[in-house]
Design a protein around this ligand. Structure first.
Ligand code: 3PG
Ligand code: MG
Length: 402
């Protein structure tokens, strides 16, 4: 694997450093509900400012489709960066068609300043990986640092084209993300178990096909397990199921067989008749499912089976909840398994790596988000990495330094 260049490879002192971060944090009614992505970039900003470099943060926020949209301005995120840094942070209104004024503001700022520029997706060139836009961005700094693993699956002007225009390295968050991911799948301690859940098989077909070739056991949970059960001729009642993907599920099972990857499906389920919190529910073995019921979580025998499989593994990678974890009490399977994995990790038996928006929320809900070996802040990028795809944002850094 080519060497990933990092902050250690460049002299940052008194430089103006353009840092591509991911400030695409969850915001509900104007309040940032999770600052993890901001907390993770603190070290990179410190490493720049402690040697009197200026840290100029660039990021997208939401999907404004190339239009200026005040509801998606990064102005509202700048104070959260200031809070995480315990330092003043200046928001620079940025016209991505003409960066003259932004450049003047950056040049006028004192050494060690931290600045946040406007949402890169306010310009249509961002998502088109437009070279002209990237050239304008490049005029704003001496060095480019990419610290946004969670946006590395996008070949956009600020994640890809820009990396070819300035000396370019990975930031600390990117670096630790890649190291942890390598320990999870690149070069893992075996046996490796993968746990994949979530509602739909359709969104994770490539992932499942790729994982069965790489891991020793694959636990399938959540709504997507129903499609596999259905494909195996098991009654699933009224449960969420993509019946048209039966053949796909069958093909994945065959592939797993050939690759000697054990597929672990639920053997019992917590069943309800309404999809809502505290709905009346009962446990069923999957040999005797109620034809009107809906599977909303794995049952206790399945939980024990999954825990046992985790005990047999040295490495766990996890994406997607096992049940409707956002609804009490259908969070039980996800919570119990998460706590078990956290304990195995704590006791030194397991390397545990998890990622994906829902997964992080589920681990936080189980109270174990900080007890996994590594929790990725990435959604789509984590999935694409698990699928074995190469990520344009990382390739661009490697290409400039190979
Ligand atoms: C994310 O939240 O997954 C990243 O910020 C990327 O956002 P996107 O899916 O809109 O490209
Ligand atoms: Mg996304």
């Amino acid at each position: 694997m080519p060497h990933l260049p990092t902050l250690d490879d460049l002299d940052l002192s008194n430089k103006t450093v353009l840092v591509r971060v991911d400030l695409n944090v969850p915001v509900v009614e104007g309040i940032i509900t999770d600052t993890t992505r901001i907390d993770r970039i603190v070290q990179t900003i410190r490493d720049i400012t402690k040697v009197d470099g200026k840290a100029i943060l660039i990021s997208h926020f939401g999907r404004p489709m190339g239009q200026v949209n005040p509801d998606m301005s990064l102005e509202m995120v700048a104070p959260a960066v200031a809070k995480a840094m315990h330092r003043d942070v200046v928001f620079v209104p940025t016209d991505w068609n003409d960066v003259t004024a932004a450049k003047a503001a950056i040049d006028a700022a004192p050494d060690g300043a931290i600045m946040v520029l406007e949402n890169t997706r306010f310009h249509p060139g961002e998502e088109k990986n437009d070279l002209e836009l990237a050239r304008r961005m490049a005029t704003l700094g001496d060095i480019y640092v990419n610290d946004a693993f969670s946006a590395a699956h996008r070949a956009h002007a600020s994640t890809e084209a820009l990396a070819h225009l300035l000396p370019s390295v990975a930031g600390r968050a990117m670096q630790s993300e890649l190291e942890a991911l390598d320990a999870g799948l690149g070069n893992p301690l075996k046996p490796v178990i993968a746990l994949v859940g979530g509602a739909k098989v359709s969104s994770k077909i490539n992932l499942l096909e790729s994982l069965v070739e790489k891991v020793d056991a694959l636990v399938i949970g959540g709504g997507m397990a129903n499609t596999f059960l259905y494909a195996g001729g098991i009654g699933i009642g009224n449960s969420l199921c993509e019946k048209d993907l039966s053949d796909t599920a069958g093909r994945i099972m065959d592939k797993a067989d050939a690759a000697k990857c054990a597929i672990i499906l639920p053997i019992d389920a917590c069943v309800a008749w309404n999809f809502k919190a505290d709905a009346p529910h009962r446990l069923y073995g999957l040999d005797a499912m109620d034809p009107d019921g809906m599977i909303l979580d794995v049952g206790p025998s399945s939980i024990e089976r999954i825990k046992g499989a985790i005990d047999d593994a040295r490495t766990l990678i996890w994406n997607g909840p096992l049940g409707a974890f956002e609804l009490n009490p259908f969070d039980k399977g996800t919570v119990e398994v998460a706590r078990h994995a956290a304990k195995r990790t704590h006791d030194g038996h397991l390397i545990s790596v998890a990622g994906g928006g829902d997964t992080v929320a589920a681990l936080a809900h189980a109270g174990v988000k900080d007890q996994f070996t590594y929790v990725s802040t990435a959604g789509g990028a984590f999935l694409e990495w698990m699928e074995g795809k190469s990520l344009p944002g990382i390739n661009a850094l490697m290409a400039e330094n190979s």
